[in-house]
Design a protein around this ligand. Structure first.
Ligand code: CDP
Ligand code: MG
Length: 756
């Protein structure tokens, strides 16, 4: 196991004394100070949730604003893009030089794999080339993206290049947002959206061509689409499929579709010199800081990019570098060459993110400290030095515990190579690897573990079942998920009543598929129908589908906590969310009201949008909008029906254990159930987040008889008679078994990945 960084601890200690924190802010300039002050709860739950969202659930509205903001100011635009017309820019892209050959290969083959460097023009140009070559005459050209941000920003760019309104000829669709129209011929969408479309149209008749972009990322939905599109290709001779990929997986993709051609777009990159650490490095944060200083003092101009695992490390690294800079100046008794230290991670406010693209003041050397967001998602020109710690955060699902855990893992060789490549975009560069060559060769996996092998499959199982895939273990997966994950997800669906005893979809399951929600949330909505409180449950589900609406700036923590408490419904965080929404509605959905009450107006507005989309689906399903008025007990029962696999029993002060697994779980201090002198015997929770402790997120008190009534397969009244001692003994055994299993699952996943 990896030892924690001593430097991180040291910096944190220093920062805990206010004086040094103050000094740091002066030293680093107010901007960096602002960043470090940005919302972080005492227990770091939020910080960890942020990282879970690192790649997926980014606030995409913010990003759209961010890119247009950059355009207006012309900050991100290079000299080149400022002076050249869009047509000239298009012609300068590497893909343009092979346009004819590419189109020829597509005309002659039903499936083609296209490989090219980031920035060569695959995403923005191929759709247009295909349109120009007549492939849009009989149907749309679809292009899938693993990330929502990418789908939106790329569609916008292409609509500009084609000189049309976004949503007209060129549009995009992401969950809860469809910006396409009757004229749309080029449609960018998330892979999840296309997957859901196969439910309505198994043969995707609307499309003439589908481009599966960024397939090398192996997102869960992309992996499922692989199997489904392979069938479409077999059934429809008039359908074309293009798969884009980084170099490493290309052959594997080609083989999956029956040795189809691989088309390579020539790159325009410079060589990168790779230097390894001579011995394993004890503290990579410390090593990275030293490396930065050595580059800054002795290497020619050129910007530096450092890869760290998350926000916490990034902040500490920035702090430590600025401190060393100060020491340097103190020792030399004169100003050192300026160094501009810039953090970047997905949750950083957008105006601060934009800074990494701007020229540093006074021509200073830039030092960007990033998460893996800078691996492929963001491209910064001018980087000549990359420092790679060799680690990243990865989300792993533990089927037995039924929860995701975010852990620091060594990255794969493919990821390390991608990171190194970032140094060679502007000129010959250098990559400093803070790990040994032998670790690279022998310890790192060749490729990242695909998401399908490390995630909860509830949604996938439900979707494939409704596509009439009888035996999921036989489905044509490129890399099958561990059987245990499939079986566990099926079990969860059975418990929710979506599958029957022989694994067939029930009528409830069929209804659940209609909603683009995780199975428990879909179940909650449908229980709301049964219990005549759809209106209330609908609001709760919408609020759970957006990032937390509570705003907690560090310097006003007490004030914001007090504001939050005013909304508390003592027996339920879910009902507290409902309360917040209703109060906002009472106040005419006003933005200033949100600011006064420490609420994120953007989050609430998004919840309102989600709510109206879900309402449309309810209408289509002919489910009436019933309401229970002010009797919210029945709402708690609907909540209970969705979460009884996450039911917990009181054990001590603020301490619970999962009824089924014996897993300890704690009330978070921010919960409305915390410290109010009211601790119910039984609760259900939305999810478990593993940080310093296992914290339950979003908790609701429930009656034990509901558990027995709604989840008879789990709970019987008899249970509560077993002696405490006996229970404790059982829990202990279960915990040991679980830990062992966790270890085994991890090992077998690593094993599968190594083999593939
Ligand atoms: O997909 P690939 O990485 O091969 O390239 P692309 O996304 O098609 O980008 C080609 C070029 O289009 C980039 O180098 C940018 O200059 C430009 N682009 C942009 O200005 N705005 C976007 N949202 C996407 C691309
Ligand atoms: Mg692309």
């Amino acid at each position: 196991a990896r030892k924690g960084s001593a430097l991180v601890r040291e910096v944190r200690e220093k920062q805990s004394s206010n004086k040094s924190r103050q000094r740091f802010w002066e030293l680093a300039g107010s901007k960096l100070g602002d960043i470090l002050g940005v919302e972080k709860s005492a227990e770091q739950i939020d910080a960890d949730k942020e990282h879970v969202g690192e790649e997926g659930e980014v606030d995409f509205k913010e990003h759209a604003k961010f890119s247009s903001h950059m355009k207006q100011k012309g900050e991100a635009a290079s000299e080149f893009s400022k002076t050249k017309s869009l047509t000239e820019q298009r012609q300068y892209l590497p893909i343009f030089s092979v346009r004819e050959e590419l189109l020829q290969v597509v005309r002659e083959n039903q499936v083609v794999v296209v490989v090219g460097e980031t920035g060569s023009g695959k995403t923005t140009q191929m759709t247009q080339y295909l349109h120009e070559d007549g492939h849009s005459t009989y149907g749309m050209i679809g292009c899938t993206q693993p990330r929502r941000v990418a789908a939106m920003s790329v569609a916008k760019r292409v609509s500009e290049e084609m000189e049309c309104e976004l949503g007209d000829k060129v549009g995009y669709a992401i969950r809860f947002e469809d910006v396409t129209g009757p004229n749309t011929i080029i449609k960018y969408m998330t892979d999840g959206v296309l997957l859901r479309e196969t439910l309505r149209e198994p043969d995707l008749d609307q499309y003439n061509v589908v481009i599966m972009d960024e397939a090398h990322e192996r997102s869960l939905n992309t992996d499922v689409l692989f199997g489904i599109l392979k069938q479409v290709v077999a059934r429809r001779r008039d359908f074309k499929l293009i798969v884009t990929s980084a170099t490493l997986n290309a052959q594997k993709f080609s083989n999956f579709f029956g040795s189809v051609p691989v088309f390579r777009i020539p790159g325009r990159t410079f060589p990168v010199n790779i230097l390894y650490s001579k011995s394993p490095c004890e503290d990579y944060v410390d090593a990275a800081v030293k490396q930065v200083m050595s580059i800054h003092i002795s290497c020619p101009p050129g910007d530096i990019l450092i890869f760290m695992t998350g926000q916490d490390e990034i902040e500490c690294t920035c702090f430590a570098i600025s401190e060393r800079m100060e020491q340097l100046e103190a020792n030399a008794r004169k100003a050192a060459a300026p160094l501009s230290i810039l953090p970047i991670y997905s949750q950083l406010p957008s105006d601060l993110q934009a800074k990494i693209f701007q020229k540093a003041e006074g021509g200073a050397r830039k030092c960007i400290v990033a998460t893996n967001i800078a691996e492929t998602s963001l491209t910064v020109d001018g980087i000549l030095y990359v420092i790679d710690t060799g680690y990243g955060k990865i989300k792993f699902y533990n089927p037995r515990m039924g929860m995701d855990a975010l852990q620091v893992f060594p990255v794969s060789r493919a990821a390390a190579d991608q990171r190194a490549g970032r140094a060679g975009r502007t000129g010959p560069g250098t990559c400093y690897r803070l790990f040994t060559e032998s670790a690279y060769q022998n310890e790192m996996l060749p490729n990242p573990v695909p998401e399908i092998q490390r995630t909860n499959l509830g949604n996938v199982v439900l979707l494939l079942k409704s596509l009439n895939v009888e035996n999921l273990l036989d489905f044509d997966f490129m890399d099958p998920p561990p059987q245990e994950n499939i079986l566990n997800s099926m079990y969860q669906l059975w418990v929710l009543g979506a599958l029957d005893n022989v694994g067939r979809l029930t009528s409830l399951g069929r209804k659940m598929v209609e909603f683009p929600l995780d199975p428990p949330l879909a179940k909650m909505l449908l229980s709301g129908d049964e219990l005549h409180c759809v209106n209330e449950v609908l609001t709760i589900v919408s609020m759970l589908s957006v990032p937390s609406v509570f705003f907690r700036p560090k310097d006003r923590a007490e004030e914001s906590d007090a504001a939050r408490e005013k909304f508390f419904v003592p027996e339920s965080d879910h009902l507290t969310l409902l309360n917040v929404y209703l109060r906002w509605k009472e106040n005419q959905y006003r933005g200033d009201w949100c600011n006064d009450h420490f609420l994120h107006v953007k989050g609430l507005r998004k919840a309102r949008e989600v709510r109206s989309q879900l309402l449309d689906i309810l209408k289509m399903q002919k489910i009436p909008l019933s309401t229970c008025g002010s009797d919210w007990d029945v709402v708690r029962k609907a909540i209970c029906s969705a979460y009884f696999h996450n039911a917990a029993r009181l054990k001590g002060v603020g301490e619970y254990v999962n009824c089924r697994t014996g897993m300890p779980c704690h009330l978070h201090p921010s919960s409305s159930l915390y410290g109010l002198g009211y601790t119910p015997d039984y609760v259900v929770y939305h999810e478990l987040v593993l940080t310093a402790k296992e914290y339950m997120q979003c908790v609701t008190a429930v009656e034990p008889q509901w558990l027995a009534e709604l989840g008879p397969m789990f709970f019987s009244i008899k249970d509560s008679h077993t002696s405490r001692l006996e229970q404790r003994r059982k829990q202990k055994v279960e915990m040991t078994v679980m830990e062992k299993e966790m270890e085994e699952v991890r090992r077998s996943q690593a094993e599968t990945a190594r083999k593939s």
